[in-house]
Design a protein around this ligand. Structure first.
Ligand code: NAD
Length: 366
């Protein structure tokens, strides 16, 4: 990788959103990318297709963000102009069963990254300091649950309810503090639920597509009326590029596409699309829907007001939920090898996050 190209670090670049960010940067810019990823169960190197992986503008550094020494070496070697920090444990149900990894990666990992970014930042010449940025990618879940009206803004109070959202909230606070106290030039984005190609099959939309294709039951938590605000992942990747390039240091930007849907409506739409694109001889897929025990602490409604990002930085979502969902369903139909490999490697799609009695008495905590 040439020292003269502009270089950014993407942490978590073998995950769902990180890989979309890398594909987007490689396709639309001349920036070189160092993908810093520990390669957990949630990662897939195939999410960055072969031609892109082969370019001299892309390097994979198999590294844990909790490893300060390794990060220090990467900063010294590649001297990036920016960092987009996505590496995290990201699945709420897993955070209920095993919060420890969430604390380690999302809090301690972010702390370690901030320390090493700061150490590196202080070695930069004044002109280089002017342009260096660290963008921390976070979630709307840090704001907790909404009532039937209104939307989260950048002024909403933090009220995380799950171990996942609490760990992300903690990391947001660390980033803010490193910016205010040490003047590390940071930005934060809080985004709503993403969907699209290459999402790990444990998340709602791919989970339902894959189970429906296998004629398995489609388990909807609780009454199915929990509302999420959906954003197509490529719109998120563009938003992150925009915020890194044009965002104001120390500011937070909400990212969302104004696509509120109940979970039941999402599952219904997946069924209708599959019925149209790949009909089943056994009849409509909606016959597979079943209601199961709710997730403990299940937030009722999220909605994002992204008008600051739209107004100040000119970003706008390209996809609405209908167009994005059709693209997504078509992608999972056309790329069965990608998700079948994940299923064959041991992911069994079983129900997680129910707070089993054994976990409540401490036997399985950790
Ligand atoms: P993901 O689980 O698909 O990918 C996470 C990636 O991080 C994986 O490749 C994994 O190997 C890597 N990783 C985990 N621990 C690591 C460690 N200790 N060191 C280095 N790499 C590590 O997650 P995602 O859905 O792509 O989410 C990416 C980021 O965006 C997360 O920070 C998440 O909180 C945030 N976010 C996600 C959503 C969403 O809907 N998926 C919405 C808003 C914000």
């Amino acid at each position: 990788m040439s020292q003269h190209q502009s270089t950014i670090f993407v942490t978590g670049g073998a995950g769902f959103i990180g890989s979309a960010v890398i594909r987007h940067f490689l396709a639309t810019t001349s920036t070189a990318i160092v993908n810093i990823d520990k390669l957990t169960y949630a990662s897939s190197l195939d999410s960055i297709p072969e031609p892109a992986r082969q370019t001299s503008r892309y390097v994979l550094a198999r590294t844990d963000i909790c490893d300060g020494e390794a990060l220090r070496e990467l900063f010294a070697r590649y001297r990036p102009q920016g960092v987009i920090h996505l590496a995290a444990e990201s699945h709420v149900d897993r955070s209920i069963d095993g919060p420890q990894e969430f604390i380690k990666t999302n809090i301690n990992g972010t702390f370690t990254l901030l320390q090493e970014a700061l150490r590196y930042f202080r070695t930069l010449a004044p002109s280089e300091r002017k342009t260096f940025r660290l963008l921390h990618v976070s979630t709307d879940e840090v704001f907790g649950s909404l009532g039937p009206e209104g939307a989260f803004t950048e002024q909403s109070a933090y009220a995380p309810n799950s171990p996942y959202s609490a760990s992300k909230a903690a990391s947001d606070h660390l980033v803010r503090a490193w910016c205010e106290t040490y003047e590390l030039p940071c930005l934060i984005s809080n985004c709503s639920n993403n969907y699209g190609p290459y999402q790990f099959p444990e998340k709602l939309i791919p989970h339902m597509i894959i189970r429906a294709l296998a004629e398995e039951s489609l388990p909807v938590y609780g009454d199915g009326q929990n509302v999420r605000d959906w954003l197509y992942v490529e719109d998120h990747a563009r938003a992150l590029q925009t915020i890194l390039a044009h965002g104001k240091i120390g500011e937070t930007y909400n990212v969302g596409g104004r696509n509120e849907r109940t979970n039941l409506n999402v599952v219904d739409r997946v069924c209708l699309l599959l019925d149209r694109l790949q009909p089943s001889s056994r009849g409509d897929r909606s016959r597979l829907i079943s209601f199961v025990a709710d997730r403990p602490g299940h937030d009722r409604r999220y909605a994002i007001d992204a008008s600051k990002l739209e107004r100040e930085l000119g970003w706008k979502a390209n996809e609405n939920f209908e167009s994005g969902l059709e693209k997504t369903v078509r992608w999972y139909l056309a790329n069965k090898a990608w998700w079948q490999a994940i299923r064959q490697s041991g992911y069994d799609a079983s129900r997680l996050g129910l707070v089993a009695p054994a976990a409540q008495d401490g036997a399985r905590l950790g």
